[in-house]
Design a protein around this ligand. Structure first.
Ligand code: DP6
Length: 362
């Protein structure tokens, strides 16, 4: 499955300045993508809830380059209204890397404006929302210039494919509800190249599930996800881990189809701790959890035992805790967060989020 298409180039026509904009959310993995090969392909299948409140909005204004201008990537990038050279360089590098997919990128002058709904450096992984919003903008430009898509499904699939090339987990943010990325016999049509939506295959209790994010620390991570994936190549547990992820996806899908929250929670919590165990068993080893991450986990487990509310945690590749629970428990859980957990967060900062609709044009 490749999209390289050298025919997607412009002739002598003049492209007048045109704007396109997309909003795309973050996502939280239940079975984690950790370890990759080739051109951003995952070593195991993953599944995530698509979120709602944590999103990126990206606008691209594009036009023909002035006549006689050399081929090459020509962008100006603004983040939250300010010119941002560090992000611009990353995007230039990304656009260079996808010239086989979108050859016309070398023929356009583009101004890109992007902003997040959550404060910058809040410790929330923004690559999923940022790369998925950017990928959808590029697919919209392709659509406007060449009209190559036979269906909405084909359009979203390419968006997911391109988002993946930017950041693996971003490919799952395109679709609402729940998405699976990576080959697995569990889901028809699942692929290593793009994600597929699976919300309609699970019990309705998961359709309006909550994910409240405790911002335990907003410090920049010591080891990036990219470096963490790389360390998996030499991790002695890697092979077992990839097999385990496949089995867990099977069991998680079964639990989610039946609406079995206890089983769901036990798999999801195990999976979060496995991710961090893999970091601790990498060489060099590293720890991204903070003391307050563990305090919050202990308090959460006690709360669950004492009240019976089915609230479970997961972690991303950082110290922040995501609390997952059904809508019926929202008042009890949020009262608990305010009274017991907010004090463990940096500046008492936490974000109430829930399952959302995926990327959309704005
Ligand atoms: C722990 O998608 O951020 O969040 O492909 O190198 O950009 P790159 O990595 P990234 O890794 C995400 C890792 C994770 C698990 C997950 O989202 O599945």
């Amino acid at each position: 499955m490749e999209y390289a298409n050298p025919k997607l180039i412009l002739g002598s026509e003049i492209i007048e300045p045109t704007k396109i904009a997309w909003r795309s959310p973050s996502n939280i993995a239940l079975i984690k993508y950790w370890g990759k090969y080739g051109r951003q392909l995952p070593k195991n299948p993953s599944i995530s809830f698509t979120l709602d409140a944590a999103f990126t909005e990206t606008e691209i204004e594009y036009q023909s380059k002035a006549p006689g201008t050399a081929q090459g990537i020509d962008i100006d990038f603004f983040f939250e209204g300010q010119k941002n050279d560090a992000f611009q360089q990353k995007i230039e590098k990304f656009f260079h890397s996808i010239l086989d997919v979108f050859p016309f990128l070398g023929q356009l002058k583009m101004t890109i404006r992007s902003s997040n709904s959550f404060p910058h450096s809040a410790g929330i992984a923004s690559s999923a929302s940022a790369m998925s919003a950017l990928a959808m903008c590029l697919c919209s430009i392709e659509h406007q210039l060449f009209n190559p898509f036979e269906s909405d499904e084909a359009f979203l699939r390419k968006g997911s494919y391109v988002a993946r090339l930017g950041s693996g987990s971003a490919c799952r943010s395109i679709f609402g509800g729940l998405a699976v990325w990576g080959e697995t016999g569990e889901v028809k049509g699942a692929s290593n190249y793009y994600a597929v939506p699976v919300a309609n295959q699970v019990h309705e209790i998961f359709h309006d599930f909550h994910d409240d994010i405790l911002l335990i620390s907003k410090e920049e991570k010591e080891v990036s996800s990219r470096a963490g994936h790389g360390l998996m190549d030499e991790n002695p547990y890697a092979k077992l881990r990839y097999e385990q992820a496949g089995r867990r996806l099977h069991h998680l899908m079964q639990a989610m189809k039946m609406g079995d929250l206890e089983r769901f929670g036990s798999i999801v919590e195990n999976e979060a701790l496995t991710l961090h165990a893999l970091m601790m068993t990498s060489n060099p080893s590293y720890i991204l959890m903070k003391p307050n991450t563990l305090h919050a986990i202990e308090k959460l487990r006690r709360f669950r035992k004492e009240t019976g509310h089915p609230v479970y945690f997961t972690l991303d590749a950082g110290p922040n805790l995501h609390l997952l629970y059904p809508h019926a428990s929202v008042d009890a859980v949020q009262t608990f967060i305010k009274s017991e957990l907010a004090s463990l967060c940096e500046k008492e900062h936490w974000i109430a989020d829930q399952v959302g609709q995926g990327a959309r044009e704005i």
